[in-house]
Write a protein that binds this ligand. Sequence first.
Ligand SMILES: C[S@@+](CC[C@H](N)C(=O)[O-])C[C@H]1O[C@@H](n2cnc3c(N)ncnc32)[C@H](O)[C@@H]1O
Length: 231
Amino acid sequence: MSMATETAGSGVDGNRARFSGLCADVESYYSARVAKYGATPRGVDWSCQATQDLRFVQLLKLCDFSAPFSLNDIGCGYGALCAYLAKRHPQAAIDYLGIDLSLSMVSRARRRFSASGRRFKVGKVSPRRATYSVASGIMNINVGGSRASWEAFVAEMLADLCRASLRGFSVNFIIGEVAGTADADAAPVQLYRTSPEPWIQYCERELGCTVETIDGYGMNEVTLLARCNES
Ligand SMILES: C[S@@+](CC[C@H](N)C(=O)[O-])C[C@H]1O[C@@H](n2cnc3c(N)ncnc32)[C@H](O)[C@@H]1O
């Protein structure tokens, strides 16, 4: 049984209503974080810039930097990936689009990083198909929903990433089975921890991707590089 079938439950209309509730909860969680901590790693729930950047290193292993490409950054937060790309890949020709549910995040991203070849949009889904899409941290925080409804949402986010990507997409997950709290002083939320296997299978069987798994980079996380069937 596919992950989407197993977890989707009450059909397309039911999911749409459920997902808009989840999106609203996620949006208000992250808007509160950035209001409290500003445009800093803590403002997007990361402990420091080193680990934020380490995630970008893994996600960008998908990309061929020797040629120009377009990039969707889903859940772009305040745009930290732009600073990382400017620092680590200053010669790369990248048509960048950052998308985030939170207007507070997007406003900060626009203020800091708007430039030619860089745009930001409030939303959940990219309006365009780019060469690649990356998503760092969007699967992690389930604000109050059941595990089953969150997994249906994860399946939808992966399908959206696939549809928005010509060559492929990359995404990270927290691994393990134990639920916990994101941060001692945060609102009570569930960290979504998972084994990567069901999501590798979902990307391969349901979305037709070939998946490479990256782990062992010193964090309790895994990064999936999903290469799409380009035909
Ligand atoms: C953990 S933060 C990471 C931000 C950024 N990727 C980084 O690494 O600095 C996750 C961000 O994704 C956004 N987000 C979560 N789920 C999303 C979704 N389904 N679509 C768009 N944005 C989402 C949140 O508002 C938040 O800004």
